[in-house]
Design a protein around this ligand. Structure first.
Ligand code: FAD
Ligand code: NDP
Length: 431
């Protein structure tokens, strides 16, 4: 049993949706030549909604409202749209092996799908506690968050523990955004993570202090510098009732949310394509070590011109959208498509707060602005070799964020750190 396509997108997440729109806009295929294969049962959607709008107690975001590409203020691509465009959506279908030499994919249903050109957009999976030697995380009241099914499990768990206690494991993006959502759903939250402050890979101590004190004012408790070692469970339901920490403390828990990082879904291609930084290595055209295969989104490790060509694997939505579009451009119009020139961009929104970050958080840090106000506007620059490498801002306007992105892209020169601290945001605006 088999089908043949010219173009196959493997994975049906954010990158797949933006790739589909780019194919349609460029008109580079005929009906029935392009297919998207996804393990998920629904058409590509904006994954960031799962830790934000989807978890709201009132008027939550639901499909079809957040299919791609609404996150970039672009068209809403429903199943009907794919049909109209002649793009085959092969949903609820897991690919279990790939043969790059033969240009074939084998699905769990036993179908062989062949391609001329493949775009790998398999994203990533959530790391499980079992991978750190802790068992029992399949309990009904322990939630991870990557897919729509995970989000539904989380919504159900929240609805059955209003007024109760949640323990959030991990102080990264999932931990911070889910803690805010839990509080909004009137659930008491304790966050547990090994570092001495939240968002340790990006935030400075000073930035983290602001968010931690804001979260504390909303009733969140922080248990830092430790990890959990086991769960206490109730028989016979197997529901978790408490989290046991390394220091012996027991935290009562009606539910647990775990966000301890991800691994890129590369396994189908290990030994067949070059890998780097935990992902599939691609060039500036998003092309892998096999010229018929491209990789985009969370799974791709690509060169960042701005960082002197250093290879990075980024786990953020803007990168997924842009690398997907870039790969399609490179496939359809190779001679007109220059190497990707991407400015790394991360953001988050929690409670009424909202921040953005551009560039790389390396070098010395200069903080500026008002960290004390209840409607804050503060930020930081990272400076290396006398030039701006990264910029963070909480509570900025569109114009202010745009100004920051420009100074980072230009690697603006800094002649005096103390002057930069005094100027703060106006340094970027005046540039
Ligand atoms: P994904 O969107 O993960 O899609 C991968 C797809 O591949 C899935 O459909 C999966 O089922 C499919 N797949 C994998 N293996 C197979 C297989 N073998 N066979 C068939 N199908 C397969 N980033 C931000 O910048 N800002 C945010 O606010 C933000 N919020 C987020 C909130 C949550 C809850 C999560 C989980 C992530 C968030 N991110 C955010 C990160 C962002 O969503 C990802 O960077 C983005 O989704 C990556 O897109 P992708 O297409 O590479 O992977
Ligand atoms: P992150 O990498 O952001 O954070 C993981 C956190 O868990 C880190 O603080 C990490 O510490 C900690 N940790 C690791 N192991 C353990 C352990 N055994 N016990 C307790 N804590 C542990 O990953 P997330 O899971 O939060 O997010 C998953 C993905 O979703 C990421 O790709 C992220 O980019 C994406 N996402 C992005 C959002 C955004 O951009 N706004 C929002 C939501 C998700 P350490 O650093 O020491 O390993």
């Amino acid at each position: 049993m088999g089908r043949a396509f010219v173009y196959v997108v493997l994975g049906g997440g954010v990158a797949a949706g933006y790739a589909a729109l780019e194919f349609a806009r460029r008109g580079g295929y005929s009906r029935g030549e392009l297919c998207i294969i996804s393990e998920e049962a629904v058409a590509p959607y904006e994954r960031p909604a799962l830790s934000k709008g989807y978890l709201l107690p009132e008027d939550p975001a639901r499909l079809p409202g957040f299919h791609t590409c609404v996150g970039a203020n672009d068209e809403l691509l429903t199943t009907k749209w794919y049909k109209e465009q002649g793009i085959e959506l092969v949903l609820g279908t897991k690919v279990i092996s790939a043969d790059v030499r033969r240009k074939t994919l084998l699905t769990a249903t036993g179908e062989t799908i062949s391609y001329k050109t493949l775009i790998i957009a398999t994203g990533a999976r959530a790391l499980k506690l079992e991978e750190f030697g802790i068992s029992g995380s399949d309990a009904t009241n322990i939630c991870y968050l990557r897919s729509l099914d995970d989000a539904d499990k989380l919504v159900n768990a929240m609805s059955s523990c209003s007024g109760g206690n949640a323990v959030v494991i991990g102080g990264g993006y999932i931990g911070m955004e889910c803690a805010a959502a839990l509080v909004t759903n009137k659930i008491k939250v304790t966050m547990v993570f090994p570092e001495n402050h939240c968002m340790a890979r990006l935030f400075t101590q000073k930035i983290a202090e602001y968010y931690e004190s804001y979260y504390t004012s909303k009733g969140v408790t922080f248990t830092k510098g430790t990890v959990l070692t086991s769960f206490e469970k109730e028989d016979p339901t197997g529901k978790v009732t408490a989290v046991v920490l390394k220091d012996g403390k027991h935290l009562p828990a009606d539910m647990v949310v775990v966000g301890i990082g991800i691994r890129a879904n590369t396994s189908l291609f290990e030994g067949q394509l070059l890998m780097e930084k935990g992902g599939i290595k691609v060039n500036g055209q998003m092309q892998t070590s096999d010229s018929s295969v491209y990789a985009v989104g969370d799974v791709a490790a690509f060169p960042i011109k701005l960082f002197d060509g250093d290879t990075r694997r980024l786990e953020h939505v803007d990168s997924a959208r842009r690398t997907a579009r870039h790969a399609v451009a490179a496939i359809l119009e190779p001679s007109k498509t220059r190497d990707v020139d991407y400015l790394p961009f991360f953001y988050s929104r929690v409670f009424t707060l909202s921040w953005q970050f551009y560039g790389d958080n390396v070098g010395e840090v200069v903080h500026y602005g008002d960290f004390a106000s209840s409607s804050p506007s503060f930020g930081a620059y990272w400076i290396s070799k006398g030039r701006i490498t990264g910029a963070f801002l909480e509570g900025g306007s569109r114009e202010e964020y745009e100004a920051l992105s420009v100074v980072v892209r230009r690697k603006a020169k800094v002649s005096s750190m103390s002057e930069l601290e005094k100027q703060g945001l106006s340094f970027a605006i005046q540039e």
